[in-house]
Ligand binder design. Structure first.
Ligand code: ADP
Length: 151
């Protein structure tokens, strides 16, 4: 049987406990999960890419079947180059659904056999978003509670 590889694409600026939960739960479904950090070379991230890669590596140090890839490309092309037949995404609410519905249709149009698998957030992580964490951090608030590592 083919190895089941999933690509979990996102900005992960920063990677949160909500993201960690999606990855850990998905390991029951897939043989390997690749966390794909999409970064646009022309766009400034809030948390530097290299530091986020180090934090995520540390978070999954005991999970050899979780890998990290940074990319500046079409997600569908990256999945293909990795041999990933699945995209993994998380859903918190109907706003996420509207957005995810659109991108998953487009990704399947771009790559016919690419299926997006959605996991519904665990309730304790539902309020966590990278955007809110950036805003709290920008004004000096402590965000460690929302992250699986220490900043
Ligand atoms: P993007 O910039 O592509 O929206 P994010 O890094 O914000 O990517 O999120 C990546 C994926 O993780 C998305 O599918 C998003 O809906 C999901 N996600 C974000 N926060 C949570 C959370 N707290 N619980 C579950 N899924 C989440």
């Amino acid at each position: 049987m083919d190895k089941k590889v999933a690509l979990f694409p996102g900005s992960f600026d920063p990677f949160t406990k909500g993201h960690e939960d999606i990855v850990l739960r998905s390991l029951h479904l897939f043989d390997e999960v690749v966390i794909g950090i999409g970064h646009n070379a022309n766009k400034q991230r809030y948390f530097p890419l290299e530091k986020m890669v180090a934090h995520i590596s540390d978070t999954f140090r005991d999970h050899p079947n979780v890998r990290i890839k940074t990319y500046d490309d079409l997600t569908a092309s990256v999945a293909q180059s990795l041999g990933a037949r699945f995209l993994l995404r998380g859903l918190r609410n109907t706003t996420d659904f509207e957005y995810e519905n659109g991108i998953s249709q487009v990704n399947r149009y771009l790559s016919q056999h690419l299926e997006t698998v959605f996991l519904i957030t665990s309730p304790q992580f539902a309020p966590i978003s990278s955007t809110i964490i950036r805003d709290v951090h920008r004004y000096g608030g402590n965000v460690n509670e929302f992250l699986p590592y220490r900043l």
